[in-house]
Design a protein around this ligand. Structure first.
Ligand code: GDG
Length: 751
């Protein structure tokens, strides 16, 4: 980590590309500002950040500068990158770039995440270099990061980076934003397991993971659940003791930049030129990077059908087709360009005349003034991607329509369609829909055009790229605050010292311990969760101490507890408080109960065992439990919800209650719980120290029944009536071991 002013809170933007491109020619460096969605979008936000503080260095952009330079120019490159572009260059060899950028990024992730599995390459060498390059970025960040910096990682090139950074900087604030779609699980799972897991774990190193649309966020959460087994609550995922939030942030554009550009002399000149050339024709604009995801052939076929069906429009309309060079060198792209050019030739050949060319095709980058001139002079924009994370072109077209006219035809497969519902929405796979949409757009009255654009512009103006970035950073702060609140509940060293002191000083101590999830981690089959020698040792040591009364409070049946712990000098509670066994005494029921209800409910449980493979019934003396830990992780909770609703409806007027534990639904007599069982001990002795540890909500009854001075600890990072949290069973055992050992070494051995 770099030294520096620790008071300065900078934003470190980390993206594959720098905000500039460097070229070395005859030993001299030439710098060119990069265009493109992310760079132009974020620069508006970064400019605002600079303006707010009055100084330029409030952010630093870490990225690859576009080419390799000779060793003698490296220092100079770093210098100019820092002074001119607030940037820190990452250096990659050509071979790394080949396997990383052209390989894993653009031949594996890009096609797969855009639903082109047939184009997806699964080469292991790509994955290895992807890992390696993410590590190079991690090292580059480590070189420049200062305490207090916030790291914002962008896009699919760097999905492993958040975790790599987290391992080296556990407390740094990290946000990640994915600019492309996150695909549905059925597509995502096509990746080899190691990559599936690695990518999700990589992303979960961040505090906040952002997506353009609600669907992408849901698909991500679903993959996290299916692949890693982490559940979420409204997008909040507990990963160990960390909270990670997944949320939706539809990226906006720099609205004013497009809306105010028309009056600049450069744009005016460009507009005049276009108007002179296409004076008598309506213009349908198509502009995209050359990419198979953008649906350019589909749109050409749709235009062709439109011309076929509408001879009255011949010579009155042109399609201005601008294709921006991109990813030159990836084989699909070259083949794709050929296909587009063939189609253009064929359509022009079929419909064109000496004085009319239906498609005006250009393959080139366009400077900003030409781009705005094209947007603002075109009557229709035809945006038909087969898949697109967001699609900024659609938004920029609407923003450039200062007089509110113009019609946007937009694919419903673009993220932008979620916000631009007033556009003419089409399915890009249907040439009929595209042809109909062009016809509809050309005939749409100006008043209706204005009405639609007015609504869309209002939305784009308000949630522009600056609001988008501010919203993201605000959420990132909020996630870390939530995280800090949870962390504050962890049993701190100071609280632990206090607890241990009171423990040592107390004459009589009462200790309640839950078993599953507290002393032992869960397993698919509860019968296999047999206490280890270590657990028995801890319980043995604690219960041997004459000042201790140790009680194991479990939901398990009494025979199992008897078999596992009957030889220890401790109290036992089975079936969540139905059965008590004070030490040296026999088992007894807490109160007279009946189990007649079991026979009528058993068939209901059996029906759910049939409906959910992997689930099973556990029958205890006074309860029935339906376990579903080993079942399908998504169907399980659905069936559990159905079962518990059904049980609640049929047991409403009876004396039984329905409990939901960790992957288990249990029915038992009401009025009996771990809390009522604990009262038995608390009312039979005068204890100056009480400690309770439990992990699920059946233990909450226990926590609530305790006096305020008692120590209560909930295992896992969840809200609870307990005073403290410990992370997991490992921490519990370590804590109890220390309590037991310290005591042993402090108490003089008299025997
Ligand atoms: C990815 C996702 C998501 C492009 N060429 C020129 C130029 N541009 C500018 C456009 C626009 C941006 O680049 C392109 O953005 P898109 O959204 O259309 O698409 P991708 O490049 O595929 O971007 C996409 C985006 O990230 C943001 O998250 O929307 O879904 O695929 O801003 O204006 N600008 C100029 N000349 C060019 O030649 N002036």
């Amino acid at each position: 980590m770099a030294n520096g002013n620790s008071g300065a809170h900078r934003l470190l933007v980390v993206a594959n590309r720098s905000p500039f491109t460097v070229i070395e020619e005859d030993g001299e460096l030439q710098f060119k500002e990069s265009s493109g969605g992310l760079v132009s979008g974020l620069s508006a936000y970064l400019d605002k950040l600079s303006a707010q503080t009055g100084k330029k260095a409030d952010y630093l952009w870490v990225g690859w500068p576009g080419s390799k330079v000779s060793d003698k120019n490296i220092d100079r490159l770093k210098e100019v990158a820092a002074s001119e572009f607030n940037s820190h260059p990452v250096f990659l060899s050509e071979e790394e770039m080949e396997n990383f950028y052209h390989g894993f990024c653009n031949k594996t992730i890009w096609p797969l995440f855009h639903y082109f599995p047939a184009y997806t390459a699964y080469g292991n060498e790509y994955w290895e270099v992807y890992e390696k390059v993410n590590q190079v970025f991690c090292d580059a960040v480590m070189e420049v990061i200062r305490p207090g910096d916030v790291v914002w990682v962008h896009d699919y090139h760097l999905m492993l980076l958040p975790r790599m950074l987290r391992e080296r900087l556990p407390d740094v604030k990290i946000g990640f934003f994915l600019h492309i779609p996150f695909p549905s699980f059925e597509i995502y799972r096509l990746l080899p397991k190691k990559w599936c897991t690695g990518i999700l774990e990589g992303l979960l190193g961040a505090d906040l993971v952002g997506f353009h649309t609600f669907d992408y966020t849901q698909y991500f959460l679903r993959s996290v659940g299916r692949v890693l087994g982490h559940e979420h609550n409204l997008g909040q995922i507990f990963v160990g003791d960390r909270i990670v939030k997944a949320d939706t942030f539809p990226m906006g554009i720099d609205f004013d930049k497009f809306n105010n550009a028309l009056t600049t002399p450069e744009v005016e000149a460009e507009r005049e030129e276009i108007k002179m050339t296409l004076a008598d024709e309506k213009v349908v604009l198509s502009i995209d990077r050359l990419d198979y995801s953008k649906g350019i052939p589909n749109r050409l076929e749709g235009f062709e059908l439109f011309l076929e069906r509408n001879p009255q429009w011949h010579k009155k309309v042109v399609l201005a087709l601008v294709v921006i060079p991109s990813r030159i060198g990836v084989e699909h792209y070259q083949a794709f360009k050929d296909r587009i050019e063939k189609l253009v030739g064929s359509i022009n050949g079929k419909f064109g005349t000496l004085d009319w060319t239906p498609i005006r095709y250009q393959y080139r980058s366009v400077p900003f003034p030409s781009l705005v001139a094209l947007y603002s002079t075109s009557d229709v924009a035809l945006v038909t991607p087969l898949r697109d994370g967001m699609n900024l072109i659609a938004k920029e077209y609407v923003a450039s329509r200062v007089d509110n006219t113009g019609v946007l035809i937009l694919s419903e497969m673009a993220g932008a369609a979620k916000e631009l519902g007033e556009a003419v929405l089409i399915n890009p796979n249907s040439r009929e829909e595209i042809a109909d949409a062009i016809e509809e757009a050309l005939a749409l009255p100006k008043v209706e055009q204005a009405r639609r654009n007015f609504v869309m512009q209002k939305r784009l103006r308000r949630y522009n790229v600056v609001s988008w970035a501010e919203d993201f950073i605000r959420q990132l702060d909020a996630t870390q605050e939530t995280q800090a609140r949870y962390k504050a509940r962890l049993l701190s060293a100071a609280a632990r010292d206090r607890l241990e002191r009171q423990y040592r000083e107390a004459e009589r101590r009462l200790i309640f311990l839950d078993y599953d999830g507290t002393l032992m981690p869960f397993a698919k089959d509860p019968d296999t969760v047999i206490p280890t020698a270590r657990v028995r040792d801890i319980l043995g040591t604690l219960s041997e101490d004459p000042r201790n009364e140790v009680v194991l409070v479990s939901g398990r049946d009494k025979d199992t507890l008897q078999e596992w712990f009957g030889d220890l000098r401790m109290g036992l509670v089975a079936e969540h408080g139905v059965w008590l066994k004070p030490r040296y005494e026999d088992w007894r029921m807490i109160q007279p109960l009946t189990s007649d209800w079991k026979s009528s409910l058993r068939p209901v449980f059996e029906m759910y065992v049939d409906r959910l493979p992997g689930s099973f019934i556990e029958e205890k003396d006074f309860s029935l439990a339906w376990h579903y830990r080993a079942a399908d992780p998504e169907l399980g909770p659905v069936r559990a919800m159905e079962l518990s609703h059904y049980l609640a409806s049929i047991t409403g007027s009876t004396d039984v209650q329905v409990l939901q534990g960790h992957k288990v639904i249990e029915v038992k007599n009401s009025g009996v719980n771990k809390g009522t069982a604990a009262l038995h001990w608390m009312s039979h002795g005068d204890y100056s120290f009480i400690l309770t540890i439990g992990d699920d909500w059946t233990d909450e009854h226990l926590f609530e029944s305790l006096p305020a001075t008692a120590y209560s600890i909930r295992v896992g990072m969840t809200q609870s009536a307990a005073r403290f949290n410990l992370r997991d069973t490992t921490e519990v055992l370590h804590f109890l071991e220390q309590l037991a050992c310290r005591e042993e070494s402090l108490v003089p051995q008299t025997a």
